[in-house]
Design a protein around this ligand. Structure first.
Ligand code: 6PG
Length: 255
């Protein structure tokens, strides 16, 4: 815990979903009490699905102030919104369609756009409008949820990609040759780092090596570059994914 102050260790994938959903609900309630709305950027990939389902079911579904919640996306694959690989589709199926959140409060990235550069500019403009930021300033999300890729990517910021080094734009189009859907849209490191809170969700033994590289070995990976400058960073990691972290240190954070 000294070395990883934001690490929350949980037993397994269901416990991870429970912990993450509870933390999200708590952040939502706190944000609405503080400033009247909750701005939440969702993660893609498979890990958050169970978390989204927890949020869409009692008791949390009745706790989260959905009518004051604004939904955004950390990244999107360049596919139509009904495509099996669409991050929007997964979130919509598991969460959004279940909680009756108005479409006007769901800001999805236009993965289906023919010109993804243009879709990135469009999303940046949307963010600037909703957050009323000045030109060049990053929005401050109340909460950003992220997953960890096997190669240390986060959202669609891949190791070695110029997008990971972007410092001016809030949203960029990315071509990640190794990914199943290579063309993507993603928020950038400065945007994630402007958030009030970032939560990483990591589950499964296949993530153990990259968890160690990111949290313990000081590897410079997109995931390790995401550290809010004036916010809270939490890594919720299950036992299998944390298995290569030194036991003494990891054990202290055990829940
Ligand atoms: C995406 C993601 C990506 C994801 C990680 C982890 O659109 O692919 O946002 O960054 O979070 O690859 O994915 P899993 O949760 O499926 O392991």
């Amino acid at each position: 815990m000294d070395q990883w102050p934001g690490l929350m260790l949980v037993d397994d994938a269901p416990a991870l979903a429970d912990a993450a959903a509870a933390a999200i609900a708590e952040a939502a309630v706190a944000a609405v009490a503080d400033h009247g709305r909750f701005t939440f950027a969702l993660a893609g990939g498979g890990t958050p699905r169970a978390t989204y389902m927890r949020l869409a079911a009692p008791p949390l579904v009745d706790r989260v102030p959905w009518s004051r919640t604004l939904i955004f996306f950390g990244d999107e694959r360049c596919v139509p919104p009904d495509h099996a690989e669409s991050n929007y589709r997964m979130a919509n199926e598991a969460l959004l369609s279940k909680v009756g959140i108005g479409a006007e409060r769901v800001y999805r990235m236009r993965g289906e756009a023919e010109d993804s550069e243009e879709a990135a500019v469009e999303y940046a403009r949307t963010l600037a409008g909703v957050f009323e930021t000045r030109r060049g300033a990053a929005p401050r999300f109340d909460l950003v949820l992220l997953g960890l890729g096997l190669d240390g990517h986060a959202a669609s910021l891949f190791p070695g990609s110029p997008a990971s080094k972007e410092i001016f734009r809030t949203v960029v189009a990315v071509h990640a040759a190794a990914a199943r859907i290579p063309q993507r849209l993603t928020l950038t490191v400065p945007t994630f780092n402007a958030a009030a809170r970032v939560i990483f969700l990591v589950s499964g033994a296949e993530k153990a090596k990259v968890v160690k590289a990111t949290l313990s070995d000081g590897a410079i990976l997109p995931a390790s570059m995401i550290r809010p400058t004036d916010g809270v960073l939490t890594w919720i990691v299950d036992r299998a994914a944390a298995s290569l972290l030194s036991r003494d240190r990891a054990g202290q954070g055990r829940r």
